[in-house]
Structures are given as C-alpha cells and as structure tokens.
Design a protein around this ligand. Structure first.
Ligand code: DHB
Ligand code: FE
Length: 281
C-alpha cells in the first residue's frame, strides 16, 4: 500500500528560482532565504520519498484564459519546463508517475470529485521553485512528481474547504494504490502577497503566523477563511494558500511539525515554509 508520510508547504516565488539559477544564493539579500531551507533539504534527503504530489498553480504558462481547469492532474511521463519570458529554467525535466496519477484520477473521480486529466503539460515556477528549494540542483530530480494544478488565478477559484476535502480524497486514493510507495505531498504558493495595485507589497505577518500555527494545530479553523478574507488580510495572491489546505487535508488530524521558516521580504512578498510528518507514517 502507498502512504502519505509527510507534507511540505512553501511559497514558490519566481525571484527565488532566479536567485538560485544565477548563483546569488550567498548574496546578503538571498542568503537568509536559502538558509531557511537547509534543514528542509537534509530532512527530505533522509526521507527519500518515492513520489511527491505537488499542488501548485499554473501562472498562465501551460493554461490560458481559453481553458481554466479547477483541479488538473498531470498524468504524463514527463513535464517540460515552461518558458516564462527568460527561457525555460535550466532545471531537469520533471518526470511524472503516470500509474499513480491515473490511479488518483480514477479513485478521486469515482469519489465524486471531478478532476481534469492532463496528458501533456509544461510546468512553471509554481512547481519548479519548490523543487529547487527542497532538492537543490541535482542532475535529475530524485523522484517522480505528480503535478496537481489548481486554479487560483481566474475566479471563481475553489474554496479552502474544497481543497481540504480534495486532500482527503487524494489520501484515500494513495492508500488504495497497490505498490509500497512513500509519498510526500506539497502545497505551494502564499503567504502574504499582493503583486499589483496600490496595495502591492502588502505583508500581514500576524495573518501568516496565525495561518502557520493553525495549519499545525487546528486546520479545521482555516477551511472557513473566505476568498474575501484572504484578499483583504493578506493580498490578492495570498489566495494561493488554499493549496496548502490540500496538503494538510491529506495528512493526519494530528501531525508533527518538523520545521518552520518565515522570511520577509523575498521579492515583494512574504516567504512561508512548514514541514509536517504524519504520526502514522
Ligand atoms: C511572485 C509570483 C508568484 O507566483 C508568487 O506566488 C509570488 C511572487 C512575483 O512575481 O514576485
Ligand atoms: Fe504564484
């Protein structure tokens, strides 16, 4: 039986990927950011997951306004890196796990939770920056990835509660997969950020800290946060935090918080990161 053994949440700020790609990790501005992930890299290198499921959002790279799937599961064997304006990041292509991805699709859809099946897709910073932060720069990524693209760009976007419930359905799917796989699930994006308009650069440290605290001890209280509340309190792009609830929904009610990191500013956003282990792993 496959099992979800741990969950990782992290912001996926593109400037962090660019800092890595351009050899700026030791710069005074970026050093604290990468230092916050040193323990994370050691932790995941020791854990050696067989597969990672990564909930992220596409930023109009693979999709466009023509087609906007709410939840899309990448079932391909490989996902090329998208060109977001400066050429594709020079990171290894992302290898998928078509068998597990198809099984998740089968199980979750029959659980009355409709997903979009994607057999060809490029992946952008939403997925690749978290991989860089957790795995560094290997010649190939250490395990296959199941991308789960969530629409948080075009309204209506899914509610936090729907995301949390999707996490639970994914867990059930993973646990009914025959092979003995140890799976880590990622939620990416967030925390406070507003990229445009008069409030650009908005940071709400209190909101972010409460979110991190409750993600550990009372996730149920977070599923009730409305879209308007995310926007008002933590900025328009803070809505990406609903993807952290997919990760949390897939874990035990009680989890062990292994690591937490919060840093402001990174680009003009807050960078948040937290790692949980399942008690039942
Ligand atoms: C930025 C973009 C993102 O997608 C994000 O999640 C955070 C920051 C940016 O352009 O700075
Ligand atoms: Fe984003």
């Amino acid at each position: 039986m496959a099992r979800i053994v741990a969950g990782v949440a992290t912001s996926h700020i593109p400037a962090v990927g660019a800092a890595w790609d351009n050899g700026k990790t030791a710069d005074p501005y970026w050093h604290p950011v990468f230092k916050g992930f040193e323990r994370s890299k050691e932790w995941i290198a020791k854990l050696k997951p067989d597969v990672c499921i990564v909930a992220y959002n596409d930023h109009m790279s693979a999709f466009s306004l023509e087609i906007v799937p709410t939840f899309a599961v990448g079932c391909a064997a490989e996902f090329p890196i998208s060109d977001e304006g400066w050429g594709p990041r020079k990171v290894p292509p992302v290898k998928g796990h078509p068998e597990l991805a198809s099984h998740i699709v089968q199980s979750v859809i029959l659980d009355e939770f409709d997903l979009t099946i994607v057999n060809k897709m490029e992946v952008d910073h939403g997925l690749t920056v978290p991989l860089t932060l957790m795995f560094g720069q290997p010649s190939e990524w250490p395990c296959p990835i199941v991308p789960l693209a969530v629409n948080v760009v075009v309204y209506p976007v899914p509610t936090g509660n729907r995301c949390y419930m999707l996490g639970k359905a994914i867990r059930k799917a993973v646990e009914s997969f025959d092979e003995d796989l140890r799976v880590v699930i990622f939620g990416t994006g967030g925390m406070s950020h507003q990229l445009q308009g008069p409030r650009a650069g908005l940071i709400n440290r209190e909101f972010d800290t409460r979110f991190l605290d409750n993600l550990t001890k009372d996730p149920q209280s977070l599923v009730k946060i409305s879209h308007l509340e995310y926007l008002r309190e933590a900025g328009s792009e803070a809505i990406e935090l609903v993807m952290w609830l997919i990760m949390r929904g897939a874990l035990d009610d009680k989890v062990k918080e292994v690591h937490r990191f919060y840093h402001v500013p990174a680009s003009n956003t807050a960078l948040g990161h937290i790692i949980f282990e399942n008690a039942t792993r």
